[in-house]
Ligand binder design. Structure first.
Ligand code: SAM
Length: 281
């Protein structure tokens, strides 16, 4: 059967290079190259972009990104066993694939990349959430990336796109929607992976906004949202008491009823509250 390139099938790659999936590294591989090409296309037009891929594993998504025309791919993979398999892909695309063997949480990829930069990854979920929060809270905005195309546990994907008044709505939704435009672009059942994980997954595509959606000091907004959702069942006038004795005045100034709960408050009102608190300092 012909594939997106003429490299061996991913099953053969795993067999030849001895990359049996390790639970400790969150290894649930995508072996269908049509699917990895489809995910690569969800990252948008790659032809003029450098792509940062975290956790390439045996290289299914990497092959998709290169076949879809990425200018360059920088892939960071923790598992040393994957290096020889990834070297075979690099040989097929001379000068276009750079692989770093290391922990994505400890490596700064920026010296290896040229703008515009897109990020694509099928990562273990805990690492994915931690990196997402880092990518959404850089020292300055706009960030180094134009878009993020990331696989998450479906429940986490729903938290990223959640609307006020739902159970999934919380800090992750507010952070993601303040700085980016997040959308779920693909749902995947456990059987799409080898070995299958226990839960369903989803690909989330986030486009960076040129500036945060509403004005607010990031540190103040973060404090307000953290306090509100740390006690999400409490009314805001008591959940936010930690922020000062005049919190009720600020809530009213922001157009928020002090008896409301954080779960019901839209992003725009949280930003207005952060502005009112910052202005009173
Ligand atoms: N992208 C491949 C695919 O779709 O088949 C592999 C996906 S697998 C869910 C996650 C990959 O991330 C594994 O190859 C694992 O070794 C790698 N990984 C886990 N933790 C990592 C970390 N902290 N930094 C870089 N890679 C990591």
């Amino acid at each position: 059967m012909s594939t997106i390139d003429d490299l061996p099938s991913l099953r053969d790659v795993i067999e030849t290079h001895g990359i049996a999936a390790k639970k400790s590294l969150g290894q649930n591989f995508l072996l269908d190259l049509n699917l990895t090409a489809k995910i690569a296309r969800m990252a948008g037009d790659l032809s003029g972009a450098d792509v940062l891929e975290i956790g390439p594993g045996p290289g299914g998504l990497t092959r998709g990104l290169l076949a879809e025309g990425a200018r360059r791919v920088l892939a960071i993979e923790k598992d040393e066993r994957c290096m020889s398999a990834l070297a075979e892909i690099a040989a097929k695309y001379p000068g276009q694939l750079e692989v770093i063997n290391g922990d994505a949480l400890e490596i700064n990829p920026l010296t290896h990349l040229t703008a515009p930069i897109k990020v694509a990854a099928n990562l273990p979920y805990n690492v994915g959430t931690e990196l997402l929060v880092r990518w959404l809270t850089p020292p300055q905005w706009p960030p180094f990336w134009e878009s993020l195309t990331l696989m998450f546990q479906r429940e986490v994907a729903q938290r990223i796109v959640a609307e006020p008044g739902t159970k999934a709505y919380g800090r992750l939704a507010l952070l993601a929607q303040w700085r980016a435009e997040p959308r779920i672009v693909l749902d995947l059942p456990p059987e799409a992976f080898t070995p299958p994980p226990k839960v369903s997954s989803a690909v989330v595509h986030l486009t960076a906004l040129p500036a945060p959606r509403f004005e607010a000091d990031p540190a103040v907004l973060n404090r307000v949202v953290a306090a509100g959702f740390n006690q999400r069942r409490k009314m805001l006038r008591s959940a936010l008491k930690v922020l000062g004795p005049d919190i009720e005045d600020h809530l009213l100034a922001a157009g928020i009823k002090p008896t409301e709960r954080a779960e019901q408050v839209p992003l725009e009102a949280f930003c207005a509250l952060a502005r009112s608190i910052a202005a009173a300092r």
